[in-house]
Design a protein around this ligand. Structure first.
Ligand SMILES: C[S@@+](CC[C@H](N)C(=O)[O-])C[C@H]1O[C@@H](n2cnc3c(N)ncnc32)[C@H](O)[C@@H]1O
Length: 224
């Protein structure tokens, strides 16, 4: 069940809606950590549902780029409770690293409720990849959005995707009223690799707002 978690998440909204004064004043993650506002997702509600749909029942889930933890909550809520959710984020942008309220807010949000075991890897994704060995059922790429960084994430992490595995790229598609554009790093990477990449062994299987999901063309059907 995911409703109790979702009630505590504020989703990104496509279009021109302005944030209210109270939303602007409480934008700092300190307020989320203190429980004074919902966790701020950097994705839309439709994207949240899509992450839940594709993450459901997965056992080994890796998220690159966690921020306040809204997408991690979505994945932990629906994945196999006997599985493991690996969360990779260096949390390097805090002005006061000892306090780091972004990291604190994320830990608090993800720890709320029951669910899969959580392993935090407080590293850049390319550092975490160096020691990675395990198969991955679901890979969510939402860290550094430079095109070359997305390409490196794909190059380093996709070899670990299990035969039935699926990968999701965020901010990888231009959508009506959305915040992405054709030259944006993830959009460029996905277009080049999966839309124009003739003969790619990967096929796009779903697209929701800025999210693009891919899996192997010869992927076996997953036992539900
Ligand atoms: C767009 S936010 C993630 C949003 C989150 N997935 C959500 O949907 O709410 C990007 C996050 O990626 C992290 N990040 C930036 N560069 C990274 C890297 N090289 N590896 C892993 N995480 C990175 C940032 O610290 C930030 O928290």
């Amino acid at each position: 069940m995911n409703a109790p978690f979702n009630a505590k998440i504020r989703f990104a909204v496509a279009g021109t809606a302005q944030r209210s004064s109270i939303e602007r004043w409480t934008a700092h993650p300190l307020f989320a950590w203190a429980g004074l506002r919902p966790v701020q997702a950097q994705h839309t509600e439709n994207e949240h549902r899509a992450l839940e749909n594709h993450g459901r029942g997965r056992r080994s889930v890796v998220e690159l780029g966690v921020a306040e933890g809204a997408s991690a909550v979505a994945l932990r809520t629906v994945m196999d409770p006997g599985g493991t959710l690996y969360l990779v984020d260096p949390y390097h942008l805090s002005r006061v690293p000892a306090l780091n309220f972004l990291r604190r807010a994320a830990h608090r949000a993800v720890a709320a409720g029951d669910g899969a075991r959580v392993v935090w890897l407080e590293k850049f994704s390319h550092e975490a990849a160096r020691d990675w060995r395990a198969p991955i059922d679901f890979l969510f790429i939402d860290g550094d959005h430079e095109e070359k960084a997305v390409a490196r994430d794909w190059e380093q992490w996709s070899p670990f995707l299990a035969p039935h595995g699926i990968a999701a790229f965020h901010d990888a598609r231009v959508f009506p009223g959305g915040w992405t554009w054709a030259e944006y790093g993830p959009v460029q990477f996905v277009d080049r690799t999966f839309r124009r990449g003739a003969g790619s062994q990967w096929a796009i299987v779903d697209e929701v707002d800025s999210l693009v999901f891919v899996r192997r063309r010869d992927s076996p059907r997953r036992a539900e």
